[in-house]
Design a protein around this ligand. Structure first.
Ligand code: NOJ
Ligand code: CA
Length: 594
């Protein structure tokens, strides 16, 4: 299980709504850039609310899109200083276009002391010089738009850097203009913080500031003081930040840590749970400083602005129940369009039973599902699901599933080539501060953030200089250049699935119908749309399996599937549904008709 999870649980042509129809197999067939890439066309009419699709076949653009997360430090280094940058991303847009993604989410590249590698922002309306400048960002936007790729940014709402001008002013005196933009309290007594709340990254969530003799609150590192969202000036300033970027053509935001925006003003102590965490602190239930109902008012406000720009809001929404996740869509579907379901990432074994349960729960929420299997805080999916022997086949099995479910997938860079986690070998090597504090139980998040593997040459083609993190061990075999030449590579499989998804209305629009629900080895379902359906069958076991389907109850009685895509060699044409043989970890997709 991912360390992060453990810690937490204790195109002009596209316009507002994209008509979806059968398209050519070529990736990214949009001929024109998305409207949201240009400043002049960014503002959209308010009347056309995103969630109100006019007909069953017209959906908002983000429902048919495939998103791809880029951690900019680690994607591509254009100026060879060992750190990835915006021009590096621009240089790889053709690759992303060929892969078949529709939008990129770039994690924070704003000016930052880089304590939390960008999640400590010191200026929300600029670019950190290590990544480039606003002109570079403009070029990235334009180049992405020319390839039909939208650009989504990361918005850190909960906290700023302690080097942000707002905080520098706030800590200067109790009477400063920005004092009440942060959360300041007296201690309970000498050297006693105001209450027992703990930082997610270890230790008390309160930091004493001798200058003004008070404590400030930080859910994350002490260098990330929490903003006081009960102060309307904070809300106005952050809402303006979103307008700043929308006016530059960004297509939306991934909202960081939304569950921690509000805290109980009375500062009740949190309940203590048995045991200790990796930092040696008692386990705690974050009852009074997490998931407070006031969050929803802020999300509704952010959504109103986003809707004016045809922009999407994706949420980093850690939840423990489907009810909690459902709340993030908003009672009137007026909050987040795409709240991420991290409960799905917690199914950390290849278990059709567990996946079915999660998918059914998510579908029951009434919101549009979002699926991801990895990100910059979670151990890579290649390791979480891999058995050490069949990792490549398993990587294809996972892709075959989550890219064909009903919903919007968010990929993580490198997942498509089978990048593996590469945790630091010694404490001295660790870059992520929480890995130093939690060593060896929590080695931090460096392992899932290693440089993108472009080639089998020096530094995996990421940079001519030694990269900020070492390249993972498997780069000689698992890299873009080698895999592009191999029709059986993980990358080739991702390209094929994404192209099939794009050209198949049933995969974009179809209902999800679980099949053979008692099968503990084989995950199978239909994506059914009008008179056609795609049958997806995935052997999640290391043994060959035989399966049989009777699709008459679903109205498909021909007993045959026309093969669309499979990892099994030598299979093409039509297959009989009553006697299907599957190799270990095989993926099969076939079309059935009424
Ligand atoms: C969630 C981000 O994904 C993570 O990387 C970061 O450390 C925290 N939020 C704090 O911003
Ligand atoms: Ca660089």
């Amino acid at each position: 299980m991912g360390k992060w999870i453990l810690a937490l649980f204790m195109s002009v042509g596209l316009g507002l709504c994209a008509p979806i129809s059968a398209q050519s197999n070529a990736p990214n067939p949009q001929a024109k850039p998305p409207a949201s890439q240009s400043k002049s066309s960014a503002m959209k009419s308010k009347s056309s609310g995103q969630s109100k699709a006019a007909t069953a076949d017209v959906r908002p653009w983000w429902q048919s899109a495939v998103f791809y997360e880029i951690y900019p430090r680690s994607f591509a280094d254009s100026n060879n200083d060992g750190i990835g940058d915006l021009n590096g991303i621009t240089s790889k847009l053709d690759y992303l276009h060929q892969l078949g993604v529709d939008a990129i989410w770039i994690t924070p590249f704003y000016p930052s002391p880089q304590v939390d590698f960008g999640y400590d922002v010191s200026d929300y309306e600029n670019i950190d010089p290590i990544y480039g400048n606003l002109a570079d960002f403009g070029q990235l936007q334009t180049a992405a738009g020319q390839r039909g790729i939208r650009v989504v940014l990361d918005l850190v709402l909960n906290h700023t850097s302690d080097q942000h001008q707002w905080f520098i002013d706030a800590r200067s005196s109790r009477n400063s203009k920005h004092r009440d933009w942060y959360i300041w309290r007296d201690g309970k007594g000498p050297q006693q913080p105001p209450n027992n709340w703990e930082s997610l990254f270890g230790g008390s969530a309160w930091q004493f500031d001798p200058k003004t003799n008070q404590y400030y609150y930080h859910f994350f590192y002490p260098q990330q003081p929490d903003l006081n969202w009960r102060n309307p000036a904070v809300k106005d300033a952050m809402f303006d930040v979103t307008r700043f970027w929308y006016d530059r053509g960004v297509a939306g935001f991934r909202l960081d840590a939304v569950d921690t925006l509000f805290e109980d003003p009375k500062l009740h102590d949190n309940p203590i749970l048995p045991g200790k965490n990796a930092f040696g602190d008692p386990n705690m239930e974050d009852q009074y400083n997490r998931n407070l109902p006031e969050i929803h008012g802020i999300l509704k406000g952010l959504r109103k602005i986003a809707d004016q720009y045809d922009a999407v809001l994706i949420g980093e929404t850690w939840t423990t129940s489907i009810e909690q996740l459902k709340d993030y869509y908003g009672a009137d579907k007026d909050e987040l369009e795409l709240p991420m379901d991290f409960m799905f990432t917690m199914v950390d074994k290849l278990s059709p039973t567990e996946f079915r349960k999660q998918i059914a729960a998510l579908n029951s929420s009434g919101g549009w599902p979002v699926y991801l299997i990895g990100n910059h805080d979670i151990e890579r999916s290649y390791n979480r699901y891999g058995d050490g022997k069949h990792n490549d086949a398993i990587a294809k099995a996972m892709a075959g599933m989550y890219l064909t479910l009903r919903g919007t997938p968010i990929m993580y860079y490198g997942e498509e080539i089978g990048m593996a986690n590469d945790d630091p070998k010694t404490k001295a090597e660790v870059k992520d501060p929480k890995g130093k504090l939690g060593w060896p139980q929590d080695k931090g998040r460096d392992g899932e953030r290693t440089p993108m593997q472009w080639t089998d040459k020096v530094n995996a083609g990421f940079s001519k200089t030694r990269p900020w993190l070492p390249v993972a061990d498997n780069y000689k075999t698992h890299n873009v250049a080698v895999e592009l030449k191999d029709p059986n590579s993980i990358l080739a499989f991702y390209q094929k699935v994404l192209a099939l998804r794009r050209s198949t209305p049933a995969l974009l629009l179809g209902d999800y119908v679980a099949l053979n629900e008692n099968d503990v080895n084989v995950m199978s379902y239909l994506r059914s749309y009008k008179d056609k359906a795609v049958l997806v069958v995935i052997n999640m076991s290391s043994e060959p399996q035989r399966v049989s389907f009777n699709l008459t109850p679903q109205g498909f009685s021909t007993g045959q599937a026309k093969t669309l895509l499979t990892t099994m060699n030598g299979i093409s044409g039509s297959l009989r549904l009553t006697e299907m043989s599957l190799e270990p970890f095989a993926v099969y997709m076939g079309e059935v008709s009424r």
